[in-house]
Write a protein that binds this ligand. Structure first.
Ligand code: LLP
Length: 427
């Protein structure tokens, strides 16, 4: 967990730095990320899966050059899903063979760049892409290692927008109707491709392991069908990411070693039953590594009690730095971190400064009844999909990512300025 404590005045300290000092030095809003927590989580995943498996951190959750260096040092691999993420990974020195390229509509340029760089694998998402990647590889005189992403038909218990294994959505090739088997048939015929495995990602923010078990069962079923038809045993399977984290005290996440044990056991068991060599397993956690390592620090600007309803607490950011509440009805908690208060709690809603009534950061929260302008409040578990999905709605510059470690803070992604925004406006 983050190394968080409170001093005798109620001021919260994280990674040895107090939040008032952070706000003074870096301004608000700011994402405050605890480096040792990030490294510990990355290491826990790495250790849990051991030498016979690979952990690919999903860069979409949050990616910066510092993050890439930490991952490299901690022995993780990296999943990227765009040219921009690939560029960030390469520029920070991640060896290309430890990078996987994802995406349901990779551009020709992205594919070409990835193959030239020598990425360890490209995950193929459609029949057209199988041919496209094969042609590009061949034209570059290369044979690209690839996996085929399939949809196994699992209904993951999560928000519709982040569930990805049922059939009626854009990712992957359905196992149903023999489509995945047909994709394998085509990929095996193409000289530009070396088919190394099958990929399945069932969704995100999932707590129930049964979806992964069904997915593993079906992926192994496909491996067996491939062996029976082609006499080929594919050496790898990737079971994706999607492990849930605690946003509020109601969530009860699994630990990496429990997940590793469950996944390894089921794959081994299924393979033994099918008399297959157990493939090398890989996983792609994003949120489970970076999510809990950061909180967003906001300053309260206005406090507006609405009689008989609740109190609206406006902060200096909002949906531009955390779209998840508006987009997925996500739940967050919030705490006053710059002082203590004995005032009775009030039912509050933490809202942003944007011109939209859906601009909500924390929908229902109890905060001290004496909350006032100038107070600092923190929203935990904003490390994943907050900075990476941040926008400039209302021309609000995006907040910095400030890292705390060993009693000091440093900026790894600086705050955007109005000049940054104006630089793009060339009309
Ligand atoms: N692998 C693949 C192929 C994925 O598509 C994703 C997430 C991951 C791994 C990582 O999933 P994680 O372990 O972070 O749950 N913006 C949404 C989440 C979308 C995730 C998309 N793919 C959110 O804020 O909840």
């Amino acid at each position: 967990a983050q190394t968080v404590s409170r001093d005798e005045h109620g001021v919260v300290t994280v990674g040895g730095v107090d939040v008032k000092a952070l706000a003074e030095e870096h301004g608000t809003p700011a994402y405050v990320l605890d480096e040792s927590d990030f490294r510990a989580r990355a290491r826990a995943w790495r250790t849990a899966f051991g030498a016979d498996a690979d952990v690919f951190y999903a860069g979409k959750a949050f990616l910066s050059r510092a993050v890439v260096r930490w991952l490299h040092e901690e022995g993780l691999n990296l999943d990227v899903c765009s040219g921009g993420e690939l560029a960030t990974a390469l520029s920070a020195g991640m060896p290309a063979d430890r990078i996987a390229l994802h995406g349901n509509n990779k551009s020709t340029q992205e594919i070409e760049r990835a193959i030239r760089a020598g990425v360890g694998r490209i995950v193929l998402d459609s029949f057209q892409e199988i041919v496209r990647v094969a042609h590009i590889a061949q034209s570059l005189g290369k044979r690209q290692r690839v996996q085929i992403r399939i949809t196994v038909g699992v209904e993951a218990h999560t928000h519709e927008f982040i569930a990805t294994a049922h059939e009626d959505q854009k990712f992957g090739i359905p196992l149903a109707g023999g489509q995945a088997a047909e994709a394998v048939r085509r990929a095996l015929k193409l000289d530009g491709l070396e088919l190394i495995g099958i990929h399945s990602h069932i969704g995100s923010q999932i707590f129930d392991m049964s979806g992964f078990e069904v997915a593993a069962h079906r992926v192994v079923g496909l491996l067996k069908a491939i062996r029976d038809e082609h006499g080929v045993e594919l050496p790898e399977i990737d079971l994706g990411g999607g492990l849930g984290i605690a946003y509020t005290s109601a969530d009860d996440p699994r630990e990496p070693h429990e997940i590793a044990k469950a996944l390894t056991e089921i794959v081994t068991r299924e393979c033994e039953a099918a008399r297959l060599r157990t493939p090398r397993i890989s996983v792609e956690p994003g949120r489970a590594i970076v999510g809990p390592t950061a909180f967003t620090l906001y300053e309260v600007g206005t406090v507006k009690p609405l009689d008989g309803l609740r109190t609206y607490v406006s902060v200096d950011g909002g949906m531009s730095d955390n779209i998840r509440t508006a987009l997925y009805d996500a739940e967050y908690s919030v705490a006053l971190v710059s002082r203590t208060s004995d005032a009775p709690p009030m039912l509050a809603r933490v809202v942003g400064k944007h011109c939209e009534s859906g601009d909500i950061v924390v929908k229902d929260a109890f905060l001290p009844g004496d909350l006032a302008p100038g107070d600092l409040i923190a929203v935990p578990a904003t490390g994943a999909y907050c900075r990476s999905m941040a926008s400039n709605y209302n021309h609000v510059p995006r907040p910095p990512v400030v890292v705390v470690a060993d009693g000091a803070s440093r900026v790894i992604v600086r705050r955007e300025t109005e000049e940054d925004l104006l630089r793009l406006d060339v009309g």
